[in-house]
Design a protein around this ligand. Structure first.
Ligand code: NDP
Length: 294
């Protein structure tokens, strides 16, 4: 699909390519390691959006030949019960990646649970040890959504060095780690957030504009520099006047497509890349097992 001017950054196609590569890596490594890689996705409660994401992750897992150790827990599961499960998975030799699907029910402390995961099995790259490695530009497991954005930019040979990059959103899940990755790639990085004054003036400066906000179509064409690269991380469900619901990003796709040089679609942009990077992290941890055997 080509738009008026912007070229699409096709995350869906790239994610498929990465999955094929990972599948080949697994086929190559499995005889040496003696088992397939394993990923455990832990979900608590019955949030329908989370359930859909978890199903997608488990399907992708199976598709590339990875064993899935997913566990779904009832809403009333306690912190202690989940900690116990994580400790077992940390010890389980068949498991290379563990992730806790967020958000969790209110009575659970997500941060404390993330801290319990073995940093070497931290498939979501959210453990403080891995976030610290990112801060220090050391190798380590990286947060999946920001890593997916970086991989997408790399695939389309979008140069970042000396470019003005603006990240709108400063969450620990997306905005902050992505800003650090862009900085590591030698971009000049600005982070904007809900307290930033005059957001359009900030975004209009961006050669690379990343929206990770969670506000449907916040970024309009007037806020985008002509020729910019625009990456839309947002996933928002909106309902129109006729009661039909659809997914939109944080970027007003139709108008921005007339101004930007590159643009990600929603869906089909960053979302599939997040899943691909989760699988990549798990296969990377799996490959480490071979290195430790040698
Ligand atoms: P959070 O709610 O944790 O963070 C949102 C950030 O946006 C905050 O830093 C907030 O600022 C900032 N913000 C809110 N309103 C404005 C505004 N009007 N102007 C400027 N900044 C604003 O969200 P996440 O980072 O977790 O997620 C962001 C979006 O990305 C969501 O739509 C989410 O669904 C999507 N997402 C998509 C993924 C994918 O795979 N594609 C994966 C993860 C998330 P402040 O800090 O001041 O409150």
């Amino acid at each position: 699909m080509e738009t008026n001017t912007a070229k699409l950054l096709d995350g869906k196609a790239l994610a498929t390519k990465i999955q094929q590569e990972l599948s080949a890596t697994i086929t190559r490594l499995q005889p040496h390691i003696g088992r397939p890689p394993g990923l455990a996705v832990l979900m608590v409660g019955d949030n329908p959006a989370s359930a859909a994401y978890v199903r997608g992750k488990e399907r992708a897992c199976t598709k590339i030949g990875m064993a899935s150790f997913g566990k779904h827990f009832p809403t009333q599961t306690t912190q202690a019960e989940l900690e116990e499960v994580i400790h077992h998975l940390n010890q389980d030799e068949r498991v290379d990646g563990i992730l806790v699907q967020l958000p969790l029910p209110n009575h659970l402390d997500a941060i404390s649970l993330l801290h319990q995961i073995d940093p070497g099995k931290d498939a979501d790259g959210l453990h403080p040890v891995n976030l610290g490695k990112l801060l220090r530009s050391e190798p380590g497991l990286r947060s999946c959504t920001p890593a997916g954005v970086m991989r997408l930019l790399q695939e389309y040979e979008i140069s970042l060095r000396s470019k003005q990059a603006v990240v709108v959103g400063r969450s620990i899940l997306v905005g902050k780690p992505l800003a650090l990755m862009l900085l590591q790639a030698d971009a000049t990085v600005t982070i904007a957030h809900s307290r930033s004054h005059n957001l359009p003036a900030i975004t209009k400066n961006a050669d690379i504009l990343i929206a990770a906000v969670g506000r449907p179509e916040l970024i309009t064409a007037q806020m985008v520099k002509p020729g910019a690269v625009v990456v839309d991380v947002g996933i928002n469900r909106v309902t129109d006047d006729n009661g039909n619901s659809r997914l939109v990003g944080d970027v007003q796709f139709e108008s921005v497509a007339n101004v930007a040089e590159f643009l990600t679609p929603v869906p089909g942009g960053v979302g599939p890349m997040t899943v691909a990077m989760l699988l990549q992290n798990t296969v990377d941890s799996y490959s480490q097992r071979l290195k430790t055997k040698e």
